[in-house]
Design a protein around this ligand. Structure first.
Ligand code: G3P
Ligand code: CA
Length: 366
């Protein structure tokens, strides 16, 4: 009996020491990023430099590239005639003049339009109306872009440092889009025959959908992938079930800031899924200091980032624009930031662009 207990105690002590050692030796985010070939900390230009120019347009992506962002972020969708394009919303109402151009079809999803139809739309004027202080006459008439055109923009970086960070947006609406994406990346030489990302190309794939991550991993097992995180609505199970009701009068950001995962086990379950399906990292939301449209639940609490690192994965948080929040999320342990303001994040990371936003836009004819 006493021998048995001595062995048990010895085993327990050895296990605890081993776990402690493993924790102490677990690589931090910077080492994980280096191993995955991802810049640390990463500047991910959310829909391009979309604070300063209309999102997901040539003006926005060219500006982000010339500021020096590491990645051009885009939301991938597919037209009725099978063309891959970049657009965030699943319909065209917010960011184009669809209501004037095709009034009877204004609420239809992107998948109901051909590329030729989409190319007749003005994807820039809405920005001038929404943000008059940043408006430019040349933004009027900007076009929705294809993935091919965004690849062209990235490839026009002579230093070959501009990467793509591609999200399968609402992938349930686009069966087979993961395979289509793989085929396009092969066709464009970003993926080699052995499945690796081509030398001098940076590429990350991202999705909120578990099934899409599985498919991305099936068709592109050697490409870095990130599972985007959210609480509720088919994602991480919340502590308390609640759906935001705009009629309640409550501030949306305040509502989301209250949402949290059911418990640590539930959060860990999503990390385990991500890891098992080839993800090199997660993309959690942040609750922003000043609220606003892009302020969601705080999924970058230090314990969450530590747990993610301990599983060998990185953390790229979305979507942060304010230096106060840059500091907060970096202090919490993230490894990169999706931002609409690449110019500000680059300054924060002590990598300021050599030209101002105004200079770059003017030089590019905007
Ligand atoms: O892809 C990361 C971030 O962009 C997720 O939010 O809604 O802007 O695509 P969303
Ligand atoms: Ca996105």
């Amino acid at each position: 009996m006493s021998v048995h207990w001595r062995i048990t105690w010895f085993t327990a002590a050895w296990l605890l020491a081993s776990v402690g050692l493993a924790r102490a030796q677990a690589p931090g985010g910077e080492a994980l990023a280096r191993a995955a070939g991802i810049p640390w900390p990463a500047v991910i230009a959310h829909r391009g430099a979309s604070f300063d120019a209309p999102e997901s347009t040539r003006a926005s992506y060219t500006l982000a590239r010339e500021l020096g962002a590491d990645y051009l972020e885009m939301d991938l969708q597919r037209t009725r005639d099978g063309q891959l394009i970049a657009l965030h919303d699943t319909n065209l109402g917010r960011t184009t003049n669809i209501a004037g151009q095709f009034p009877a079809q204004k609420d239809l999803p992107v998948s109901q339009f051909t590329l030729a139809q989409l190319k007749t739309l003005d994807a820039g004027s809405w920005f001038n109306q929404a943000y008059p202080q940043r408006a430019r006459p040349t933004y009027a008439g900007l076009k929705i872009l294809t993935l091919d055109e965004i690849i062209d923009i990235a490839e026009q970086d002579p230093t070959h440092h501009t990467g793509l960070y591609i999200e399968t947006k609402a992938p349930l609406l686009f069966p087979g889009i993961e395979k289509d994406l793989a085929a396009k990346l092969v066709q464009r030489g970003w993926l080699m025959a052995n499945g690796q990302v081509a030398p001098q190309r940076r590429l990350v794939l991202q999705t909120f959908e578990k099934n899409s991550l599985t498919l991305l991993n099936q068709f592109m097992p050697k490409v870095p992938k990130v599972l985007l995180l959210w609480v509720g609505e088919g994602s991480i199970e919340p502590k308390t079930e609640a759906v935001f009701d705009p009629a309640s009068g409550e501030d949306k950001a305040a509502f989301y800031a209250r949402q949290q995962p059911r418990d640590r086990t539930e959060f860990e379950r999503w990390l385990a899924f991500a890891k098992a399906n080839g993800a090199v990292g997660t993309g959690p939301s942040a609750a922003l200091s000043h609220g606003g449209e892009q302020s969601y639940m705080d999924l970058v609490q230090p314990w969450m980032n530590q747990m993610t690192h301990a599983k060998g994965m990185l953390v790229h948080v979305y979507t942060v624009d304010d230096p106060v929040d840059y500091q907060k999320v970096m202090d919490a342990g993230v490894d990169g930031i999706f931002t609409n303001r690449s110019s500000e994040l680059l300054k924060f990371y002590h990598r300021p662009a050599s030209r101002t936003v105004q200079q770059i836009l003017t030089a590019n004819g905007y």
